[in-house]
Design a protein. Structure first.
Length: 737
């Protein structure tokens, strides 16, 4: 059981003073029974021992009263925000539910408490807070911008209270969060005063020596600085009064954090930071004369002192997106010292100090230029804090197009709305994406099609047997994931194609079938495939049977042979052998092997070494297994065959007109001119009876070397092709291999 919660005498007195002050300030916005209800709920929670001290030993009732006063004084929030702050300890401890709060105090108060509770749950996921993504997720989780304003005020108050804590690690953690998260948020909302306090206190706790070094230096130079400020502003006051302007001036020393950042950036000591302070001129004028009088003041000052145009900032013509309006100039003052001067109106100054909440005080002033729609929404909400219509208008829509999810380690990732588990998997790594089978979201297993939502904690599940599929492209939302899937599909297809090609080659060898690449391409086309990748993919996925491929291949192979023997070749003695000049070297009879006629008992093949085609002068060579190979008479192997195996050579000739296509290879050498390859291939592509089977190119020192393998009918067409290729500009040599 938790230790009983007791108030010390000092705490009781502090609570009474804080409560009295808060009651006086918030009373005009409270409803009739609010005070009675709030007292009852707080006392009940304390009596039931529900409320306990926090990690720093602070009294939550006191810290909630302090935070409520802070949002009233510095931000301007009223009833709903104040009640939510005071009731939050009761809700966190379980003494009160959000539904109970909504029923008693209204939906708006319940909505704020719900936002605070969601953010507490967010923190429990141990996120990495030092990121823009976490800030954005925080904003999207808040639902109501007052939640963020309350959290900023609460953090400022906490930083004030933990000065003397003994838990240094906790103090450091809280300070880091203030520096990385809450100070930038305060800056984003224009709460510059609170932002500066958060930064200074963070520096004080995180870099103690640097903070007190600068503080001591500032104290030591304060008298001289004040004297210089009086010397600088004296002449300006006279000129502005003479111009009839109503104004007041003040000197503002830069924050300790700002000075420390300048020292680090400029790599200098305290004395090297020349612009330690800024002069602020605040003009009191009606809204319609704001710009006119600001520029009038600007002209008076720049006439008196030389200005630095590089350091001029005009946020008057185009305000910052958070509503900040001011003219900043840096001028060379007495003693040749640079001084920053800020020119603004009373309205602009309050907005600069108190941020977006200050806008509601200036009802009717038209927001210009940089005011975002959502800032206007805050003003409307503050003006109509009790109206549900205004709350609906204000609903946070800053990040409707973005979602933020956690990794198991607490890192935050940003995705477009509608992104799926598969998007996140490919965001992490291509291999993770390709092996993704699903995910565990908030400890619940889902498929990779599951859409992600802000705040989800996602653990990707993978399998070694998983591989990417074409339909995945329609599942993912991000272009990054789509590109990675396409690349993975291409790589997978290449691997599958290589495996299938090796498998086919192995099966062809096992069946003692010689595989020809051109015939395999024809087989693919006959089976209805335009792309080899689709052919290999279907075999890999077993949608195309390998036996079907064999049957079609053998059918086409048999169809190409005009002479089909019964593999019982006749003896070489039955043929007439000649030398290559046409002289007879052996004569048994006048038989000639006529290629193209149906000669029974003869099995022949075209030799691969010289690739004869119709019209070439050819001869037959009887092989050891009884078949006959047809060679060109100018085959590079012909002299050796004649010398060693003259008795195996037979006369051969072509029959009729060539009807088949033959593969020939041409070697081309020339200058590596721009477009030479296109010029060569275009000649071949224009002839519909020519098929370019392969091209291999090499270029070195400006010389182009290449080989072209072409399917062609006869040597007459080949000679015509060679002549055309030789006419291409830059071609030096074309020869048949």
């Amino acid at each position: 059981m938790a230790e009983h919660f007791d108030f010390t005498i000092e705490e009781r007195e502090q609570v009474l003073n804080l409560y009295t002050e808060l009651k006086e300030k918030v009373a005009p916005s409270l409803e009739e029974d609010d005070e009675g209800h709030i007292r009852s709920h707080l006392l009940h929670a304390i009596e039931q021992n529900k409320v306990q001290r926090d990690a720093f030993g602070l009294n939550p009732i006191i810290t909630s009263l302090q935070t409520a006063l802070l949002v009233l004084d510095e931000i301007g929030l009223r009833r709903d925000a104040v009640l939510a702050i005071l009731l939050n300890p009761c809700v966190e401890s379980g003494a009160l539910t959000i539904d109970d709060v909504a029923a008693t105090y209204g939906i708006a108060v319940g909505r704020i408490l719900h936002g605070l509770q969601r953010i507490q749950e967010l923190y429990q996921k141990n996120p990495v807070i030092e990121s823009e993504n976490f800030r954005n997720l925080l904003l999207s989780f808040a639902e109501d911008m007052r939640v963020i304003l309350i959290m900023i005020a609460n953090r400022v108050n906490l930083m004030r209270q933990i000065r003397d804590t003994k838990d240094i690690d906790a103090q450091k953690r809280v300070s880091e969060e203030a520096a990385y998260l809450y100070a930038p948020l305060a800056h984003k909302l224009g709460l510059y005063k609170l932002k500066s306090e958060l930064e200074d206190l963070s520096l004080k706790y995180l870099e103690h020596d640097a903070y007190y070094h600068i503080k001591e230096k500032l104290n030591a130079t304060k008298e001289a600085r004040d004297k210089y400020i009086e010397q600088f502003i004296g002449p300006i006051e006279e000129k502005l009064k003479a111009a009839g302007l109503k104004f007041h001036m003040k000197g503002r020393t830069k924050s300790i954090h700002s000075i420390w950042q300048k020292m680090k950036k400029q790599k200098c000591e305290f004395e090297g930071v020349y612009d330690l302070f800024a002069i602020r001129i605040i003009i009191d004028c009606p809204p319609e004369k704001e710009k006119q009088q600001c520029w009038q003041t600007f002209a008076i000052i720049t006439d008196m002192y030389t200005s630095n145009p590089k350091r001029m900032r005009d946020w008057l013509t185009v305000p910052k997106t958070n509503g900040y309006e001011s003219l900043h100039i840096t001028v060379l003052g007495p003693e040749k010292k640079w001084v920053e001067v800020q020119i603004r109106t009373e309205r602009m100054d309050e907005v600069a100090e108190r941020g977006v909440a200050a806008h509601w005080r200036y009802k009717g002033v038209k927001a210009e230029g940089g005011m975002d729609d959502w800032l206007n929404g805050i003003r409307q909400m503050l003006e109509n804090a009790s109206g549900m219509e205004a709350m609906d208008q204000f609903k946070m829509d800053l990040y409707d197009d973005e979602i933020y999810v956690f990794t198991p380690k607490g890192d935050l990732l940003k995705f477009p709305k509608g992104a799926t588990v598969l998007d996140m998997a490919y965001h992490i790594h291509s291999k993770v994406g390709s092996a993704c089978t699903g995910a565990r979201i908030n400890n619940k297993v889902v498929t990779f099609r599951q859409e992600l939502h802000s705040g989800d904690q996602v653990e990707i599940l993978t399998s070694s047997t998983q591989y990417p599929k074409q339909e995945w492209i329609n599942i993912v939302k991000t272009s990054r994931a789509k590109a990675k899937i396409r690349l993975a599909l291409k790589e997978t297809q290449q691997k599958e194609a290589l495996m299938v090609k090796e498998m086919l080659e192995r099966k062809f060898k096992n069946r003692k079938i010689e595989q020809d690449e051109s015939l395999m391409m024809r087989t693919m086309k006959k089976l209805g495939y335009k792309e080899a990748s689709d052919f290999y993919r279907d075999i890999a996925h077993e949608t195309l049977d390998v036996q079907t491929v064999f049957d079609k291949y053998l059918e086409l192979q048999q169809g190409e042979k005009t002479v089909i023997g019964d593999n019982q070749a006749r003896s070489a003695e039955e043929f007439v052998l000649e030398d290559f000049k046409g002289q007879k070297v052996l004569q048994q009879n006048d038989d000639v092997l006529v290629i193209g006629q149906d000669l029974k008992g003869v099995d022949y093949q075209l030799a691969k070494c010289c690739n004869p085609i119709y019209g070439d002068q050819v001869f037959g060579f009887v092989t050891i297994n009884g078949g006959i190979k047809i060679h060109r008479c100018d085959c590079p192997n012909a002299p050796e065959m004649r010398r060693r195996f003259g008795y195996r050579i037979v006369r051969a000739m072509w029959s009729g007109k060539g009807s088949s296509q033959y593969a020939i290879t041409l070697r081309i050498i020339g200058n590596d001119d721009l477009g030479i390859v296109n010029n060569l291939t275009s000649i071949i592509s224009k002839d519909e009876k020519l098929i370019l089977r392969s091209i291999n190119i090499d270029s070195n020192d400006g010389i182009f070397r290449g080989t072209l393998t072409i399917m062609i009918n006869d040597n007459t067409r080949l000679e015509a092709l060679v002549k055309k290729l030789r006419t291409v500009k830059g071609v030096k040599q074309v020869e048949r291999l």
